[in-house]
Every structure is written in C-alpha cells, then in structure tokens.
Design a protein around this ligand. Structure first.
Ligand SMILES: [Zn+2]
Ligand SMILES: [Zn+2]
Length: 140
C-alpha cells in the first residue's frame, strides 16, 4: 500500500480514452474494486453503474496525452477526462492518495474484479443487479 511508483512488480495494464488521445498504465495490483451506483458515477459514465478499481495515485502514469487531460474538480480531488472526446480516464480521490480507474477504459483485463456494489440506494430504477456480490446501500 506504499504510494511509491517504483516498487510494484505487477504487470502493467493499459488504458485509454475513447479517441485514444490520452493513454495511461497502471499496475495490475488494484487494492480494491467495486461497482459504484451513485448518481455521480452513473452520470459521469452514462452507464447503469461504474465498475472501478482503486490504487495508489502514484502508480497511475499518463503515458501520452497529458496535455489533453481536462480536470473536473479541484487540485486535490478531481475527475480526469480527455479534453477531446470527454471520456472519464480516472478520478483522483482520498486526498490525492488514490486513483479510481473506471474499468471500462482498460485495454487489458485486471486480475481483481469488482467484489461488491456500493451506493445501491442510488441505483438506477431501471437496472436490476443480477449477480450475488454483496450490496451496500451507501459507501463501503
Ligand atoms: Zn479522448
Ligand atoms: Zn460513485
């Protein structure tokens, strides 16, 4: 759980925005992964929910298109989008210590899959959770 960028030996997962202008890598070593049903995640992604993985912010490296990133939020906590196509690429959270990566932008499959659902109280009315993963009404 060290926030160092050099210690990880895990293979790298590649991710990119829809248009390909912004690309990044992150070790295949998410500390946690979940499906978030909150209204913010639903609207940011336009989806029923956002599957995402959390990892120390320093582990996520934008490998191309850093100048094409648009930040929604403040310097500490924000969503990073591609300025050109609008894709949510990652979120910087928890006092800038962690990145939340929407799993849908990954090219490679992460070893850790979402283990639970959060903010189920805010779930889209038209969507039914059909798996057996634990559900939490609000945050984990
Ligand atoms: Zn893009
Ligand atoms: Zn959310």
């Amino acid at each position: 759980m060290q926030a160092g960028s050099t210690g990880s030996k895990a293979r790298l997962l590649r991710g990119q925005c829809m248009c390909g202008a912004v690309a990044f890598t992150v070790p295949d070593a998410f500390d946690y992964a979940m499906n978030c049903h909150c209204g913010k995640c639903r609207r940011t992604t336009g989806s029923a929910f956002k599957p995402m993985g959390g990892i120390a912010r320093a582990e996520l490296v934008v490998t191309s298109g850093a100048d094409a990133v648009f930040y929604y939020g403040d310097a500490t906590t924000h969503d990073a989008h591609c300025r050109r196509c609008g894709s949510l690429v990652y979120s910087q959270v928890r006092d800038a210590a962690y990145a939340h990566v929407p799993l849908g932008v990954l090219i490679d499959a992460p070893s850790l899959r979402p283990t639970h659902h959060i903010h189920v109280a805010s779930k889209a009315l038209w969507f039914e959770i059909t798996d057996d993963l634990p559900q939490y009404q609000e945050f984990d």
